[in-house]
Design a protein around this ligand. Structure first.
Ligand code: PFF
Length: 501
């Protein structure tokens, strides 16, 4: 076990890095706007239940799969069973796709941070449609992630997470306190956020909470497998998992406390409705208006707020790049520097059309680049988030629940000094039945919703575009499976020990 050479130096370092992966735009942006769109507090409760029922077990499985192999996701799944190694290919392909669109949004956060003092209100659509500026900020963002990943697991990822995560947390708490002290509108915001009204929660809302929990915890895409592989006996599996889930959920909940009171405050003063949340527009359109309204203080808060969102985004992209780099380094025996730079360059190249397409669609440009009626960012997001990630997470549980078997898994954990205690029997049942069933539901209903979306009258209608996207995603999955069986099944795919120090 050569993990000390390029693994995490400490348990807390691992937890912070994994929390860095988990805490991202999903928590600070996705969670608040989805909570708003799905009726508030009831959604929050379902979300927390999903973290407990799906998130904890899946995360434990993923960390365990990585750690027992001390290797990249392909080798890690291969170690569970030679015929499930293709899951590792999927676990490497998904983050590669996510990194390309996530970096565009990361670039937005950099731009909104540096532009805070000039004022961001009303600048979103022109900026998004600017082309060159988006490309430049995306490059800056990818550059930051690249520097960290290049410096390695201990010297880069762990070191950066140890500084960035506490900073993020402090800014978030400070922002939430400020927001709660705004006076008018705060009570209404809190009522919406904290007083459940289950009549407002639809089936789609529940599905959205499940998917959100998943994405937010960075599950189903190799991140926890890769990070888990860099840990050893010194790390307690259950405690680490609990802490990562807790951090991620706490940040999402705190983001609600930072955003709801402030936006309701703004709405009360300006007489506009809470509709100003505008789903996706929340982060880059609504919040800048709220900040502008607060004068100079608002500019300062805007700076720290967007810097915090940028930190959250960069630590997430770091994990995405690490998953893919780890595989390239170990499979092809290339240096970390080479692997990371080539990968970052490809990611940047792909992010250019993604950024341009999004800007064009947001600006309502005629002849905008779209595929199956979607801008490229949404297309990538749907392919990975709706279709592929649940497949990967489902099988992460199934490989432990049915292929390795909970008995063997728990035995291995015990040998490793990891006693699950009272949680062991619960884990055994959850990993075999409950969690995979819930994940299967996410996949099935997610795809159904894609192919038969609701129209304005709430009726389900067939969407050929939805079908096209679904076929595209499963086609990609098929390519991954073929690649595995042709090139990877019978060749060595490397382990952490193969990385040169
Ligand atoms: N969990 C991140 C978020 O909530 O924004 C997104 C993400 C990061 C997904 C890393 C996947 C991943 F590997």
């Amino acid at each position: 076990m050569d993990k000390k050479k390029n693994g995490f130096a400490s348990g807390i370092g691992f937890v912070l890095a994994a929390a860095g992966s988990a805490v991202g735009l999903g928590n600070l942006w996705g969670f608040p706007y989805k909570t708003h769109d799905n009726g508030g507090a009831a959604f929050v409760l379902v979300y927390v239940a999903c973290v407990l029922l799906i998130g904890v077990v899946t995360m434990m499985c993923e960390i365990f799969i990585g750690r027992r192999a001390q290797a990249n996701p392909v080798s890690a799944f291969k170690k569970v069973g030679k015929n499930v190694g293709w899951l590792g290919v999927l676990a490497v392909l998904i983050p590669a796709f996510i990194a390309c669109y996530y970096s565009v949004l990361g670039g937005y956060t950099v731009r909104f941070t540096v532009n805070s003092f000039a004022g961001n209100a009303g600048t979103f659509i022109p900026f998004a449609g600017s082309g060159l500026a988006v490309v430049i900020y995306t490059a800056v963002f990818i550059g930051m992630a690249l520097v960290v990943v290049m410096a390695g697991v201990k010297g880069g990822i762990e070191a950066a997470s140890k500084v960035l995560m506490p900073v993020l947390f402090l800014i978030l708490v400070a922002t939430a306190i400020f927001s709660l002290s705004l006076g008018e509108g705060v009570k209404e915001g809190l009522t919406f956020y904290l007083k459940p009204d289950f009549s407002k929660l639809s089936g789609t809302g529940i599905l959205s909470a499940m998917g959100q929990a998943f994405y937010s915890l960075s599950l189903g895409m190799g991140a926890m497998i890769a990070y888990g592989s860099y840990t050893g006996k010194e790390i307690n599996l259950v405690k680490s998992t609990a802490m990562i889930c807790l951090c991620d959920t706490a940040v999402a909940l705190l983001a609600g406390f930072a955003i709801f009171p402030a936006v309701y405050h703004y709405n009360v003063i300006h007489g506009s409705s809470a509709g100003a949340f505008q789903g996706v527009g929340l982060m880059f359109q609504t919040l800048p208006l709220v900040f502008e309204d607060l004068g100079t203080v608002g500019k300062i808060i805007s700076f720290f707020f967007f810097a915090m969102v940028g930190i959250a985004a960069v630590t997430s992209v770091i994990s995405l790049l690490e998953v893919v780099s780890q595989f390239i380094i170990q499979k092809f025996r290339v240096s970390r520097k080479k692997a990371v730079s080539v990968l970052a360059l490809i990611c940047f190249a792909v992010s250019i059309p993604v950024g341009i397409s999004l800007g064009q669609v947001l600006g309502g440009k005629e002849g905008a680049i779209t595929v199956f009626g979607q801008n490229l960012l949404d297309l990538f997001d749907i392919i990975t988030n709706t279709v592929l990630m649940p497949v990967c997470a489902f099988f992460s549980c199934v490989t432990i629940g049915w292929i390795l078997g909970p008995k063997k898994a728990l035995g291995e954990m015990a040998e490793d000094g990891q006693k699950l205690g009272w949680f062991a029997p619960i884990f055994a049942v959850m990993v075999k039945y409950v969690t995979p069933l819930l994940i299967a539901a996410i996949e099935i209903f997610g795809v159904y919703d894609l192919i038969f979306p609701k129209n304005a009258e709430g009726l389900r209608i067939f969407s050929s575009n939805g079908l096209g996207i679904t076929l595209c995603a499963y086609g990609l999955l098929a390519i991954g499976v073929i690649l595995y069986f042709v090139f990877l099944r019978n060749t060595a795919c490397g382990t952490n020990a193969d990385e040169e120090a």
